[in-house]
Design a binder for this molecule. Structure first.
Ligand SMILES: Cc1ncc(COP(=O)(O)O)c(C=O)c1O
Length: 390
């Protein structure tokens, strides 16, 4: 007998939803590149200057990093086959974790398939319904999602406002209390007041978690991040391998007992297939270069300063921080989209960042440079942006 036909639930509402997205100038399109991420990229057979990649140290296509990926794939295969707890963990993973722990000055580290997963699953593993989390208003989405998933009471304090955090810590009880912040903010390019965060967390018996995604490889003498540069030791330090390290994956570093607990409780570690060997091999090779070539860090900061200063001197609202990122504030989503489209016509790709990635009224172009840019690239970018902004 033929089975009764299944009548699918109507998805007509999707058309309305997409229409709303388009009407708000919030539509997102994928640009199909046919090259590695920059500084110059290929799109539709044409070369563009890419001001939008987090490949800050130009390691994603570095020959040694690619060789690390290829060698790891040859030896261990293209896929890892299962969760590390199920099918075994390759020696490269252990070496990567040891290397990362050493870089950030922690006892141990645990690698996840992405930074997103590291944040979400660590927060959800450490706090729950009886607990409280204190989170900066401009924290990355993966922190926000981790807070939601944890079920803890979430107290969002205004961006970098330490008085507000202090009051919240006084007012919000909880079995465990976690203060969590980006160290360098991905959309603002500013740094969190990490010394004050550490003091407040200690004074109020809270755990401090810092997300070093945009500082790792860039700040600190050896690229160990902002906390290391400032002599702060957060109980939980999160980083990603997908930005300055030029590979993929994320990690948590901290005490050996923290890492041991996460191996048992972080669902994004337990129930996720281990990162592909090639990403692990690539990350290890990249970390060697980060150690060996400190000039890359200095260079990227020098170039982002040149970009930000050039734009500000032309009267534009560009933010300059200790980061490879230069946000150019424009306000409304439509303005950001128009500016990005004009720039694309002149051979420059600069991503328009709109709500929900940033608060309403603060749409911007999120410009990034890498150590592989030349001064001429930066000056060309400034000239193109200034002309397109008129
Ligand atoms: C501050 C911050 N945390 C976490 C992540 C997530 O890292 P990943 O891209 O490795 O998933 C990102 C980047 O996307 C980020 O900017």
């Amino acid at each position: 007998m033929r089975g009764a036909s299944v009548v699918p639930r109507s998805l007509d509402w999707i058309d309305d939803e997409l229409e709303r997205i388009r009407a708000g100038e919030l539509e997102r399109r994928l640009l199909e590149l046919t090259s590695a991420p920059g500084p110059m990229v290929e799109l539709d057979g044409r070369r563009y200057l890419l001001l939008g990649s987090n490949n800050y140290l130009d390691l994603a296509a570095h020959p040694e990093v690619i060789a690390g990926a290829v060698a790891a794939a040859r030896r261990y295969g293209a896929g890892s086959g299962a969760s590390r707890l199920v099918s075994g963990s390759i020696d490269l993973q252990r070496r990567l974790e040891e290397r990362l722990a050493e870089l950030v000055g922690a006892e141990a580290a645990l690698v996840f398939s992405s930074g997103y997963l590291a944040n979400v699953s660590t927060i959800a593993a450490l706090v729950g319904r009886e607990d409280a989390v204190f989170s900066d208003a401009l924290n990355h989405a993966s922190i926000i999602d981790g807070c939601k998933l944890s079920g803890a009471a979430v107290s969002v304090y205004p961006h970098a406002d330490m008085d507000a955090l202090g009051s919240a810590l006084k007012g919000e009880p909880g079995r465990r209390r976690l203060v969590v912040s980006d160290s360098v903010f991905s959309m603002e390019a500013d740094s969190a007041p990490v010394e004050r965060l550490a003091e407040l967390a200690a004074a109020h018996d809270a755990i401090l978690m810092l997300d070093e995604s945009h500082a790792l490889g860039i700040l600190g003498e050896r690229g160990g991040g902002l906390a290391r540069a400032r002599g702060i030791r957060p109980e939980i330090l999160m980083g990603t391998l997908s930005k300055a390290v030029g590979s993929a994956g994320g990690f948590i570093a901290g005490s050996a007992r923290l890492v041991e607990l996460l191996r048992h409780r972080a669902r994004g570690f337990i129930f996720d297939t281990a990162p592909a060997p090639a990403t692990v091999g690539a990350a290890l090779a990249a970390l060697e270069i980060i150690e060996r070539e400190p000039g890359r860090r200095a260079r990227v900061l020098e170039l982002s300063l040149r970009l930000g200063t050039g734009l500000r001197q032309a009267g534009l609202d560009a933010r300059v921080g200790e980061a490879a990122i230069v946000p150019l504030m424009v306000g409304e989503p439509g303005t950001a989209v128009t500016l990005a489209a004009r720039l694309r016509d002149t051979g420059v790709i600069a991503p328009a960042i709109r709500p929900p990635s940033v608060p309403a009224g603060t749409s911007r172009l999120r410009l990034t440079v890498s150590s592989g840019f030349t001064e001429a690239h930066v000056d060309e970018a400034v000239a193109a942006i200034v002309a397109a902004s008129r």
